[in-house]
Write a protein that binds this ligand. Structure first.
Ligand SMILES: [Zn+2]
Length: 217
C-alpha cells in the first residue's frame, strides 16, 4: 500500500499540465479539432539534406498571437470560438465587420493556447500547417515547411495570462522531447521570421520567462 499523497502535491499536479506527443504526432492532453488547412511537409532538396539532419526534420518552433475580433478574448460560441472557426475554415464572416477581411483566408496553426491555459490542436505536428506565410529563418525560407506553429490567444496591447505560460512551457517540453532538433535557439516569434510584416507575439510576450524554463533535452 502506498503512502497517501500530500494535499500540496495534488494541488501542484492540477496546476502543471502534462502533455505528450503520441505516435500520430498528436498532443495528448489537448482538445482535438482537425483542420482541413494543412498539407504534407515537402522533402528538402539535396543541398539541405547534405547540410545535416536538422533540415530534414521538424526543426523550428514559431510562437504567434491571435485574437478574434482583435483585442477580444473568448469570443464565439462555447463549442467553437472564432479562433477555432477560422482555423477550421468555418468562420461566419458576417458575424463581425473585421471578419470580412478574413473572407476566403485559409490558415491554421498546429495548436492554440487560450487565455485559461487550455490548448486545442488543429493539425498533427508531422503535417504542414499554414501559419507563417512568407518567412525566413537563418537563411532558409518557407518556415511552414519545417516548423511547428503555436498560437497564443492574445494581442500586442495586453499581457498574456500566467496559465498560458504554464501550458506553453509544458507543450514546448513535450514537443522538444519528440522533435529534439528544435533547440533553444530555434524557438522564435512570428515577428522574428517575418519582420516588418508581422508583430506577433508582440511586446508583452515574456521571452525571458519562457527561455528561463528551456533546458536542452
Ligand atoms: Zn502569427
Amino acid at each position: 500500500m502506498s503512502a497517501p499523497v500530500p494535499a500540496s502535491d495534488h494541488a501542484a499536479s492540477r496546476r502543471v499540465p502534462i502533455f505528450t506527443v503520441d505516435a500520430s504526432h498528436l498532443l495528448q492532453g489537448a482538445r482535438q479539432l482537425p483542420s482541413p488547412h494543412y498539407d504534407e511537409r515537402p522533402q528538402p532538396d539535396d543541398a539541405l539534406v547534405a547540410a545535416g539532419p536538422m533540415v530534414n526534420d521538424i526543426s523550428l518552433l514559431v510562437i504567434h498571437a491571435i485574437s478574434l475580433p482583435p483585442g477580444e478574448f473568448g469570443a464565439g460560441s462555447a463549442e467553437l470560438r472564432y479562433i477555432d472557426a477560422l482555423f477550421l475554415g468555418q468562420l461566419d464572416t458576417s458575424a463581425h465587420p473585421y471578419f470580412e477581411t478574413l473572407q476566403g483566408l485559409r490558415v491554421s496553426a498546429h495548436v492554440c493556447i487560450f487565455r485559461d491555459g487550455s490548448v486545442t490542436q488543429y493539425v498533427p505536428f508531422d503535417r504542414r500547417a499554414w501559419h507563417a506565410g512568407a518567412s525566413s529563418f537563418a537563411g532558409r525560407s518557407r518556415c511552414n515547411d519545417y516548423s511547428i506553429g503555436i498560437e497564443l490567444e492574445g494581442c500586442d496591447e495586453l499581457p498574456f495570462e500566467p496559465a498560458q505560460y504554464t501550458t506553453l512551457d509544458a507543450v514546448i517540453r513535450a514537443v522538444r522531447l519528440r522533435y529534439p532538433t528544435i533547440t533553444r535557439d530555434r524557438i522564435v516569434g512570428h515577428s522574428d521570421i517575418a519582420p516588418g510584416r508581422k508583430t506577433d507575439p508582440g511586446p508583452h510576450f515574456d521571452w525571458p520567462r519562457v527561455r528561463a524554463t528551456l533546458q536542452e533535452v
